[in-house]
Design a protein around this ligand. Structure first.
Ligand code: KIV
Length: 262
């Protein structure tokens, strides 16, 4: 069996210039599919608030919901590193709550690391978590939990601030940083400056790795897709075709056939 991915593997992949592949997953069957397909990091993103729960933002997702989904993903991951995404208000209120909630992902859900949003403003959280033995992936740029502060889901272009945030999270002990929604030349400079791998989403090809939201790249949802998404399959269309055929056959009594009966 191929060796399991650890935070050390990811640092090595950056050193060897091997692109890191990350994808979100929210349940066992898709975790199995992504793991078998060779994905290195399975991120149980709080994006589940939108793509699984149908919410308008990620803000309503709770710790208990994240633990539930992370547990199902961890059961399906044989090789990939499982990262649990810390939901809104699980790490902002106090340092002790932040460490406790981060620890729940490892203790109760089987994750190997957590992710949180923010740069220089969350370095005390990152340090406290890593001191407690919890690997942390940072996330800077377009941080969806701050959608109301950012005035919408907008590309972030302040190169100096982004560079300072990236260097701050690395110095605080993060093993990797997600760069979301930033121009590719800024992502390229940050990637060159850091020792830890950058994982881009809407940040161009010069990052050390890429992450996408599973439901977007597999075409599972209807509705708007951001410019940075490439759709690799049309699962919603296939599912509607399959379910419609079932509806038709039950109505016309051609299912179940004799071969499905006892
Ligand atoms: O919640 C999520 O899925 C994420 C990724 C888009 C990076 O944070």
């Amino acid at each position: 069996m191929t060796q399991a991915v650890t935070v050390k593997t990811l640092l090595e992949m950056k050193r060897n210039k091997t692109p890191i592949v990350s994808l979100t997953a929210y349940d066992y069957p898709f975790a199995r599919i992504a793991d078998e397909s060779g994905v290195d990091i399975l991120l149980v993103g709080d994006s589940l608030g939108m793509v699984v729960q149908g919410g308008a933002s990620t803000l309503g997702v709770t710790m208990d919901e994240m633990i539930y989904h992370t547990r199902t993903v961890a059961r399906g991951a044989k090789r990939a590193l499982v990262v649990g995404d810390m939901p809104f208000l699980s790490y902002q209120v106090s340092l002790s709550e932040a460490v406790y909630n981060a620890g729940r992902f490892l203790k109760e859900a089987g994750a190997a690391a957590v992710k949180l949003e923010g740069g220089a403003t969350v370095i005390d959280r990152i340090k406290a978590m890593t001191d407690a033995g919890i690997p942390v992936q940072a996330h800077i740029g377009l941080t969806p939990q701050s959608v109301h502060m950012l005035g919408g889901y907008r590309v972030q272009r302040d190169a100096e601030r982004l560079r300072m945030d990236a260097e701050a999270v690395e110095a605080a002990g993060a093993f990797s940083v997600v760069l979301e929604g930033i121009p590719q030349d800024i992502a390229k400079n940050i990637t060159a400056a850091l020792r830890i791998p950058t994982i881009g989403i809407g940040a161009g090809r010069e990052c050390d790795g890429q992450v996408l939201v599973l439901h977007d790249m597999l075409g599972l949802n209807d509705g708007h897709l951001p410019k940075f998404v490439k759709q690799y399959a049309s699962l919603r269309k296939n599912a509607v075709e399959g379910v419609s055929a079932y509806v038709r056959e039950v109505r016309e009594k051609s299912f179940p056939g004799d071969e499905h009966a006892y």
